[in-house]
Design a protein around this ligand. Structure first.
Ligand code: FAD
Ligand code: NAP
Length: 341
């Protein structure tokens, strides 16, 4: 059964805290409700918007169609053959709590992704990543409801076309698949640490002292670093990094490097990944306010809502930032969150 409510506020359901009203709203607690949802939308010629934690989208004041909050619950160990364990997690489970629980069970490999807001089901959408680990590194399959074929199926990791902050679900066929669960392959031994981010390595060394660094140290270090640098959406509305880090060719990098000797860049896929936060800061945006939104003072890649801001203000600020980065560096920044509608 599908319960559809009318004119529902989404303000508490998006991490920017924007005031937004959904024409229709429903909560999905059973996979069997998904075909009903799609039938309902198609019969009434309505668009649908899937919602997890609302931490990677920008909502307009009015959202037409049906907003469906995915609340599917459950965690299953699908196989345990040390040194590997496979775990299937339902889409509505909260991401950070899942990472924390898996760590407490001795299942390792997701600790670099601690404290990312949102739900498990949204994590494959932009192939979440942090501190040198991406979701794709640990995923074996994604269970979906295919709204085109009207059937439940499993997509392999390769079929998900994971890329840097991107996937099949985000840019190739957005809206076609509703993710119902994600299966991870994790480690049962604690020696697969990823410590190539300098700040993470240093913080782990401090936390571990004379002990060997463990996944627990990595988890704690990531939480500490993030709490120090990122605004908590409960206190200050934001959607994390607002732009993706741009990739440039070797040739473009060499030209930029001649003019900007302190440019922050990392070798990547034959070219360079530039730190978008550095580009924005270099254009003088750090800490700037624009109407009721602004650029976070501790990390220029994060745009914030100081209270009473809205989609139009964020979009205008993002455009101004993007234009100025293009004027100085000749690079267009691509927004990471999606605008709805
Ligand atoms: P939502 O915002 O609810 O949805 C995001 C997109 O996924 C929407 O297009 C939505 O329609 C779609 N979607 C949601 N659920 C489903 C589903 N079940 N099936 C199909 N589509 C679905 N991201 C990173 O990659 N790395 C970080 O380190 C990181 N740090 C962050 C820090 C902060 C403080 C904040 C606010 C955000 C951060 N993010 C980060 C962005 C965001 O948290 C992640 O992208 C997260 O996975 C979004 O989850 P969500 O449940 O909030 O998704
Ligand atoms: P940071 O450590 O100050 O690094 C700045 C940028 O440089 C990051 O964007 C990161 O790219 C890149 N970088 C740093 N060390 C690197 C290395 N050894 N190899 C390759 N790239 C390197 O970044 P931060 O702002 O404090 O964030 C820390 C991590 O959390 C980053 O991975 C970041 O992506 C993630 N994060 C993501 C969001 C989001 O909403 N997407 C929000 C907050 C934090 P990458 O971004 O590619 O890692």
């Amino acid at each position: 059964m599908l319960e559809v409510q009318k004119q529902v506020s989404l303000q508490a359901l998006n991490s920017f805290g924007f005031s937004s009203i959904a024409d229709s709203y429903t909560e999905i607690t059973e996979p069997s409700q998904l075909p009903l949802l799609i039938d309902y939308c198609q019969a009434h010629k309505l668009p649908w918007l899937l919602l997890g934690g609302g931490s990677n989208l920008v909502l307009s004041a009015h959202v037409p169609g049906v907003v469906a909050l995915i609340k599917l619950q459950g965690v299953d160990i699908t196989s345990l053959e040390p040194p590997y364990v496979r775990v299937r997690v339902a889409a509505g489970e909260p991401w950070h709590e899942t990472v924390s629980w898996l760590l407490s069970q001795g299942y390792y490999g997701l600790e670099n992704l601690a404290l990312i807001p949102g739900a498990v089901g949204a994590a494959p959408v932009q192939n979440i990543g942090a501190y040198g680990v991406e979701l794709k590194d640990r995923v074996t399959g994604v269970d979906v409801y295919d709204t085109l074929q009207g059937q439940f199926t499993r997509l392999s990791s390769a079929e998900c076309q994971f890329n840097y902050r991107d996937s099949l679900f985000k840019s190739v066929e957005p809206g076609r698949y509703i993710i119902t669960a994600v299966e991870f392959e994790l480690f049962t031994n604690p020696d697969h640490l990823v410590l190539n981010y300098q700040a993470l390595q240093k913080t782990c060394e401090v936390l571990a002292g004379s002990q060997v660094i463990t996944p627990r140290h990595v988890f704690d270090a990531v939480c500490q670093l993030r709490r120090n640098k990122l605004p908590d959406p409960a206190m200050l509305g934001n959607a994390g990094s607002f732009f993706k880090n741009p990739w440039v060719s070797q040739a473009k990098y060499q030209i930029l490097r001649q003019n900007f000797t302190d440019l922050v860049a990392y070798p990547d896929a034959g070219g360079y990944k530039l730190a978008a936060g550095w580009l924005i800061e270099a254009c003088g945006w750090k800490g700037k306010h624009y109407e009721k939104v602004g650029v976070y003072a501790k990390q220029s890649l994060v745009l914030v809502n100081y209270g009473g801001g809205d989609r139009e203000q964020i979009e205008s600020l993002a455009t101004q930032i993007s234009d100025s980065v293009h004027a100085v560096f000749g690079i267009w920044l691509e927004p990471e969150p999606r605008y709805y509608p």
